[in-house]
Structures are given as structure tokens and as C-alpha cells.
Design a protein around this ligand. Sequence first.
Ligand code: ADP
Ligand code: ZN
Ligand code: ZN
Length: 736
Amino acid sequence: MIAQPLILHVAIATPLRRLFDYLPNDATILNTLKPGLRVSVSFGRRKDVTGVVVSISNQSDCPKNKLKKINHVIDDHLLFSQKHLNLLKWASNYYHYPIGEVVFSALPLTLRKNNSITKYEEKNWRLTEKGIAFEATLIKRAPKQSQLLNYLQQRKSPANEAEIDTIYSRSKPSLLSLEEKGLITRSTENDPDSVIKINPSPFKLNKDQKSATNEILNSIDNASIFLLDGLTGSGKTEVYMTAMESVITAGKQCLILLPEIGLTPQQIQRFKDRFEVNIAIQHSGLSDTERTQHWLAAKSGKAKIIIGTRSAVWTELANPGLYIIDEEHDLSYKQQDGFRYSARDMLITRASRDKVPVILGSATPSLETLYNVKKERYKHLILSTRAANAKPPKYRLLDIRGKKMHGPISQSLVDEIAKHLNNKNQVLLFLNRRGYAVHLFCHSCGWKAECTRCELPYTYHKNINRLVCHHCGVTKRHIEQCPDCNEPLLLMGHGTERIEEVLTTLFPQATISRIDRDTTRKKNAMHDYLEKIQSGEIDIMIGTQMLAKGHHFPNVTLTGIVDADRGLFSTDFRASERLAQLFMQVSGRTGRGTKEGTVIVQTYNPEHPLFEQLIKHGYNYFCKSLLQDRKHSLLPPYSYMVFLRAEAHNANDAKRFINDATMQLNQLTNNKLLLFGPIPALIEKRSGRYRYQLIIQSQNRKSMHAQLDNWLEKLEKSKLSKKVRWSLDVDPQDMA
Ligand code: ADP
Ligand code: ZN
Ligand code: ZN
């Protein structure tokens, strides 16, 4: 039989939406070629570009004599299984994002270039369970494999690759074949693979935890989706760990996604204390080498637990048994630029393709998730009590209209802070705005200090005595006099620095810490703050969003929400949902120990229905009415959305691009889709570019998506597309 020439369809990290065809080079051993290998190819003018073989066939759209040969195969084993490549292809289709970029974003940085993976790999080999029992003579067609298996069986302990090679020269391909057959596996000296030690939980699960765990364990073999709905501190993590226990005991792996701020050393330590197994971590704090090693450990099956932030959703697992995503509503799971995927949605897709159960945990589930519960696609598990018997906090709406203020803090809040400090408790004040003041302006002529690139006010940072644009990062010398009329300038609007200043004057004895992005830039800063809070060293902490989530502060009895009104009147249809989530998260910091907590909410709009519904009836009730609103206006989750985002130095270019695109899409779809645009983005100008959007909406996801590829092809060819920076955002999460 004469084989047809093989054609390799290769993914390359480029914005072009396609695979590239190559022929094998002469040195390639054809039957070792498989999808999932990296190859070096020449691409355009570059001679040595890394690619990943995505599929192999005998067909090419190019004439065969035009096809180039690859330079060489980089790895001697597969970086992705066919199954994982299929997942990446699915994602590329769904997000309409170039396949090359998708495949490469699933690789650790080190492997996106063509350095070999051997230096990150384990150099020892040992038998698997299957390999121990396997009759070596049964491998008839490959005598070398049979010999090697026999050798390892005689030897009984792992053998070093170099050592094997001195006995059986050029043994690597045979070893890899044995690995592929599942007979041998890579191993380290003290192979943690074989030691699985699980320590018992220090607690007896409460009633809710027990029934949630039972529900999960009863359907651990079906690909069920669970919403584990419980207040912060209700013991969700204990439920995860109990479920993980049975998955790991069965020899399978668990993948856990945490929000960016949630992946703290303490959280990782909790898993390490409970599970003495190989744990792979995937987040930006690791060195590239470590990340690569952990990535390989997940892929080989050696790591039993994989913990990571958003991008960890792309890590391949050899033997997945359970997927978990904590704080599923968190915005950090949606990538906001480039490949704009949602890690939550991808994890759920992955779970159904892999037939693995998935747990979504949250105190404030997203409306999408609550909707899926309502449709009975997800099972709703509720933890209704706080685990350690702590009581839910008491709320007090504080109407600050016309009240005596110290900067942003009302006299009543000051009195309350004093009371809690006297009782030797801690206080947390929340304001989601860094810096000292938000506006610098002239009272006599109206001049404002604005970033010219964004046309938005500068924030004054007193600590560095500079003006900072929070949208593009530009900083500028602070000025005290109006450049137009020389009058002294006024500072308006408060940030966390201002609260710190006010409280330092009012409570000179107290230890006060401001915890925001400015004070936590150094590597261990956040960690040090958290320790000081735990040990009681800090009396008052002033924080932004980063302090609002996930942390456990048993001695905080008072939480003050300094400016609850932000977000009440936004035009983003998700604003109320986000505000409610933040509100609940912030309040969740209070009274998590044995002491009762109070939440004080400062507002100029005490009669706003959002507060009444949230405080009187709770988050779930509030969401029911939000869902009703969305249903009436046919907004997600009652419809599907895609944004076309465009930005350009010239506002007209961006608008025209959107207008042309709208016309083309209407033509393609016979006006079947709902299109709105050009709509200015919430931040209409950023870094010197004007930003507009086209909102594409439909109740039929499939037929909407089916039209987009043709449309994109047209857009890419248009002249304006070169002048405008544009991108597609599928299932967008914000209008900024
Ligand atoms: P969540 O993940 O919902 O925020 P955690 O699992 O972190 O909640 O639990 C909050 C606190 O309560 C932790 O300190 C945890 O150790 C403790 N805890 C959890 N379950 C129990 C239990 N059944 N009995 C006593 N304490 C518990
Ligand atoms: Zn002036
Ligand atoms: Zn700016």
C-alpha cells in the first residue's frame, strides 16, 4: 500500500483565522506524527516559528507542490491530546477567535517558544498498575518495548532514562510507546504519585454541608452541574474538600478555579493541609519554569489537584474527576481583552464534554447561573447557616443627606466606629476608589484637571503628590493653581487615602491600614496585611474591592460601606447585579467569628428599592426581581449577546466602521438579528482612542453564531478595519 503524502495542519500564533498546511520533512518518522506535537516551521519571512499540529490528513486547499516542509518536530511527545485539541477548536469557533492564538494561549509561556520540554520533565520511568500486571511477551511486534517492559518489571523500582539508555541504546521512542500504552509513566525519586495521604477534616460537617456533599457524591459519576449556594463562611470549601476526597481516592484529578484575589497562600495551604498529594498551581506568581512543571504534572496525571486562576481552565488533565469554580460570579473569570473567554462557561463546557461533574460555588450567584437553576439544568445546593454558627450581620441604612461629615465619613459612622474599637473589635471601611480626591477643579472659571487622552478627570494621589489617570495610567505633576485664572484649585470627591487621613486625625490611638492596589504592589504585601488583620494588630482597615472578597476576618464586627450609591444609576444593564454582589460580599466580611456583625450603609438614596430589597429580602429575592426585568426587556440570560468593539484616534472612523459592519450584518442575516449601535462605551475615550460598540442580540444563539464567521471575513477585508482597532466580545460582561 502506497501512503498518500501526509499533510500537517498546523496552528501558529497569528491573528489569521486558520490553520497552515505543511509537509513532513525528510527526517520525520511518519508514524510518530500525531496531532498535539509541536513543530518548527518557516512562516512568512520568519524561518523558525513554533507551531502545534492540530490535525493530519491527505487534503490541502493549497496545491501540494506549493507546500513547504516543516523544519523539524520539536517534542518527542504530545503536548495536547486529540480531545483537548477538540476543546480548543470548539473555543476558537465559539469565541470567533483565531485558532492559533487559542491553542497558544493554552500553553505555558516557555512552551510557546521552541525550547524543548525535556528539561522540565521527570527523567525516571516506572510501571503503572497496568504495567505491573502486563505480560511483556504479548508485545510481539515491538521487541524493544517488550524488553524494556520486562527490564522494569524485573527491577521493581523506577529507572533513570540515561541508565536505561546505556543498556538499551536509543530507547526513548520505545519508552514513549510504552507510556502511550499506559504501561509505564514518568516518576520522581520519591514519587508523590503513589503516596496519597488525606487528612481527616477537623470538623463534623453540619446538616446542610452533609446533605450537599451527599447529593454531589451520589452523582459523582454523572456530569451533573451543582450550584453550591452559601454565604461567605458557610463552609463551601469544606464541601469541596469532602467531595474531592472521594475523587482523589478513586485515582482521579480535581481542577479548582479561584478568582484572582482568592488564590492566596492561605487558601492553598488549606488544601495542602488536607491533601498530602501532588498539587499543581497555575497562577502568575509562579516562575515560568515552575508553571511549566506544574502544567506537565497536571497533564501526566501526577498532580491530583490543580488550583489556578482564570487561565488554568486550559490546563489538560490526564484523568479528570471533578471540576470546581469558587465565586463563580466573579468578573475576573472573564478575560477582558484579546481572547475574551469566560473561564466559568468554558469549565462547564469542558465538564459536559469530559462527563465530569462541576461545582459552582458562590454567596452571590450570577443571574445566568440562577436562571439555569430555575430551568433545572443545575442542581441547587444551599448552605443556609454559617458554618461555625456565626450569625448573619445586621444592616443599617444611614441617610447622610445634610448630615455632619468628616470628609466622606458621617458623624454617626464615626460614633459607631468608636464604639466597636472600645469593645476591642476591628472595623472595616469599604470604598472602591483609590487615591485622595477624584476631581481637581477651579471654582471661579470651571477649569477641570482632565487626562487629555481619556477626557476624564485625574485622581489626585497625595502620597506621591501627583495626578493619576485611572483609565490609562498616565501621571502628571500636581498643580495648586488654575492654569487659566490662577485661582487656587479645589479638590472634590473622596478616595481611600482621604478616609485614611480623616480617621488618623479622629482616632490617633488606633492602628489604621489602607489596603488597595497602591499599598499592595510589593510581592508579599497583601499577605502581610492579612496576617496583621488576623493577629489583631490592625484596628481599622480601609479597603477597595480587593479586601471585599473571600477573606476571613473573625474579629471584624463593623463594616462601613462609605459610598453605596456608586453604580445605582449606571447605564450598564448588569450594574445592579454587580452592585448587589459587591454589597453582599462586603457585608460578608463582618461577624464571621462568634461575635455579631453590623453593616452600616452610607447613602444619599435611602429609599432606593435596591437597598430595601437586598436588606429586607436578601440576595436571592432581589435576583428574582432582576430576572423578571431581564425577561421583560429580553436581556441575557433571556437572550444572547455579542459586542463588536471598535476604537480609533478619530471618532468618526470608529463610528463609520460600526455603521458599515451593521449594514453588512443586516444584509447577511436579512435583518434577523437585533443590532444596536454605534453606542459609545461607558469609558468613551481611553488612551487617546474613541470607543464605540455594536450590540448584537438574539434569542437564538446557534443561528446568530452561524452568521458571524462570514461577517468577520468581510470585516477583515474592509479598508477601515486597518485604521480601527476592533474585536468581538462573545457573552460580554461589561460595557466599559
Ligand atoms: P466558605 O468557603 O463558604 O467561605 P469555609 O469553608 O471557608 O466557607 O468555612 C468558613 C470557616 O468555617 C472556616 O474557618 C472553616 O474552617 C470553618 N468551618 C467549615 N465547616 C465547619 C464545620 N462543619 N464546623 C465548624 N467549622 C467549620
Ligand atoms: Zn480657573
Ligand atoms: Zn487617561
